[in-house]
Design a protein around this ligand. Structure first.
Ligand SMILES: [Zn+2]
Length: 347
């Protein structure tokens, strides 16, 4: 994937967005479902604003500015993201504060990173063009950092565009959101996503796309990461739940798996069970709809909801589980118990 090109499902929106460069807002909040390419959109948007040879408003991918952007050294472009994200992206460690202090890289966007932009605003831009600050994920700003950015946006520096990328704009400081123009990105259509996945060598594209809730980049990531579209422990769970099997087998499977992975997969299954209980279509595991429907008709909705909440709490905790074995054992018991039919439970 080129850094300067928009994804196929973004192109129409991008052309429309970039056609108004004469009266371009100085801060944009780009948001949408995770895994549909928000960051890719923002990067291609930055490239387009900086491109020196864009006939249509969209980056050419060939000029010096486009090459600089791809190489990560365009003087009029800055990325502001947590050190932990920078490290994941493979940024050289000396760029980050953590390297100096040998601490865990920060998961926050720090106020120093926002303040660090101030001298940059006073420098002349290359050929008098735009200056673009890309900030992601915007939710990673704590209140202090967000207030520092708000101050900047109250008197926006000339020739400068801020692109804020967020998955959950409702978690941002409302005063900050009110200073930005919102640009919601649509979820691409299924056929367009499938076409793209197939072109990128994903076999069984429709199962992966469903497992990713319709988000093609997430589907691609799942497939590339060697994950099964339907994890084995989900198949095992459905089988044990249908036959009231022993939990120990499930516990072993969960203990062997990364907790973040199974919590996520079970949250999806819980959505499907909830949809199915209301007679609605299954979203994430359509290949398992028979088993899911069979469970859903006899469910106790309250037990399902409680365990759904428990899964949500685990989501925040699983990056440092206290005891992997204990958690796996407990989860297997709890998850199977939650889907037992009323009649069986009562005995
Ligand atoms: Zn260009």
């Amino acid at each position: 994937m080129s850094m300067t090109a928009f994804l196929p499902w973004q192109q129409a929106l991008a052309s429309q967005w970039l056609s108004q460069q004469q009266r371009f807002a100085h801060a944009w909040l780009i948001h949408g479902l995770p895994g549909i390419g928000q960051l890719e959109f923002a990067l291609a948007g930055a490239a387009s604003l900086l491109c020196e040879d864009s006939a249509s408003g969209v980056a050419c991918g060939q000029c010096q500015a486009c090459h600089w952007l791809q190489a990560g050294n365009h003087p009029d472009f800055r990325r502001i993201r947590p050190d932990a994200v920078a490290a994941q992206e493979g940024a050289s460690p000396e760029d980050t504060e953590a390297a100096a202090s040998k601490k865990q890289p920060s998961k926050d966007i720090r106020i120093e990173q926002i303040r660090g932009l101030l001298p940059w605003f006073n420098m002349a831009t290359h050929r008098g063009g735009w200056r673009v600050a890309l900030l992601y994920p915007a939710e990673a700003m704590n209140t202090i950092a967000a207030n520092a950015l708000l101050k900047i946006l109250e008197e926006p520096p000339a020739h400068t565009v801020f692109l804020l990328v967020a998955e959950a704009p409702d978690r941002l400081l409302p005063t900050l959101v009110s200073r930005c123009r919102r640009l919601p990105l649509p979820v691409p259509g299924t056929s367009e996503s499938l076409q793209w996945l197939q072109a990128h060598g994903v076999a069984d594209a429709s199962a992966y796309l469903a497992a990713a809730g319709g988000a093609p980049l997430l589907a691609h990531q799942l497939a590339q990461g060697g994950h099964a579209a339907v994890p084995d422990f989900i198949r095992l769970f459905l089988d044990l739940a249908a036959h009231h099997g022993a939990r120990s087998q499930l516990a072993d499977a969960l203990i062997a798996e990364d907790a973040a992975v199974w919590v996520d997969a079970f949250q999806r299954l819980w959505v499907d069970l909830g949809l199915s209980a209301h007679g609605l279509g299954i979203r994430y595991y359509p290949g398992q709809s028979k088993e899911i429907q069979a469970l859903a008709v006899e469910l106790d909705p309250l037990a399902l909801a409680r365990t759904g909440q428990w899964l949500q709490t685990q989501r925040g905790l699983v990056s440092h589980p206290l005891n992997v074995k204990l958690l796996g054992d407990y989860a297997a018991e709890r998850l199977l118990q939650a889907v037992r039919p009323y009649t069986v439970r009562a005995q």
